[in-house]
Ligand binder design. Structure first.
Ligand SMILES: [Zn+2]
Length: 303
């Protein structure tokens, strides 16, 4: 009996310890993107819901976001190693949300510069305790080894980094999706990584300043980009339309909540009714729209 148990355990072990490199697509030469699945951040979301990836120059690699656990980060690292042996010089975080940064620890052994918005370090410090407390609920045993690693290179305004024959323009934006949103523009291929400043297919989640976000959307339109890698959803060349769609949802949300407050409606009532004209146009609409309203309403009450 015991022997049979041990035998079956041994059969199971390789399956548990082996993790495949993440699937990545080469969007354009030197730019690789892994697409997570559209799931809400809640119990057992698994750490793999956003777009993460890397850019390869002649001197080395820049990682853009690391996923929601060291395991996902490690699998991204394995995907990089299938493409190139060049050193990993930079690990760039687009913003503080756990699905984008909690894989950072997997890259410590590469001694990269960790790069983020000038306000990212403070945002990480503020959320550290809650993120580490929730992490086992979010990703189970993959929570092992999770660390919040703040930037060693903090970006103010627009700064460039050089990967060897390839310049990345990093821009720290005013408060929008969060107060620490950073975009990455690859000048070689005119590819813009927006982080969660742009959602495609999946409903935008609010955690910053709604009016600020609408302003930043208008500014993003000025990038001479041919294609965009959004924070969630497919890579798109039709990115101006994607910004239109996002602008429309956020504007409707703003208007509906403003109207409800003016009419003296309660938050509970507003959660049921605001932005319902957008239902059916987004993945995860019900759960995330409610959460957005519950965050926007108390802020706008004091307008
Ligand atoms: Zn986010």
């Amino acid at each position: 009996m015991l022997k049979r148990f041990l035998m079956s355990l041994m059969l199971l072990l390789p399956a548990i310890s082996l993790a495949e490199p993440l699937m990545v697509e080469q969007a354009v030469p030197g730019i690789y993107v892994h697409h997570g699945v559209h799931k809400d951040i809640n119990v057992n979301y698994g750490g793999d819901i956003g777009n993460i990836g890397f850019i390869v120059g002649s001197k080395g690699v820049a990682v853009i976001d690391t996923g929601g656990s060291p395991k996902i980060g490690e699998r991204l690292r394995d995907a990089i190693r299938k493409v190139t042996e060049l050193p990993i010089l930079y690990v760039i975080n687009t913003h503080v949300h756990p699905d984008h940064i909690l894989g950072n620890a997997a890259f410590k052994k590469d001694h990269p510069a960790f790069v983020g918005h000038e306000k990212l370090a403070a945002a990480m410090a503020l959320r550290k305790e809650a993120y580490l407390r929730n992490q086992p609920n979010w990703v189970g045993a993959d929570a092992n080894g999770t660390e919040l690693i703040p930037p060693t290179l903090a970006i103010t305004g627009t700064q460039t980094i050089d990967l060897g024959g390839r310049t990345l323009q990093l821009t720290a934006h005013p408060t929008a999706h969060t107060n620490n949103d950073l975009t990455i523009f690859d000048t070689t291929t005119a590819t813009l990584w927006t982080g969660d400043l742009l959602y495609v297919e999946r409903i935008p989640a609010f955690d910053g300043d709604l009016k600020g976000w609408l302003k930043v959307i208008a500014q993003l339109r000025n990038f001479p980009a041919v294609r965009v890698v959004p924070g969630h959803g497919p890579v798109t060349t039709d990115w101006q339309s994607a910004l239109d769609k996002e602008d429309r949802y956020l504007s409707v949300l703003l208007e509906d909540v403003r109207k409800a407050i003016k009419q003296g409606k309660s938050m509970e009532e507003t959660i049921e009714n605001a932005a319902q004209s957008e239902k059916g146009k987004w993945v995860l609409f019900d759960i995330v729209n409610r959460r957005n309203i519950s965050l926007v309403f108390p802020i706008m009450e004091w307008e």
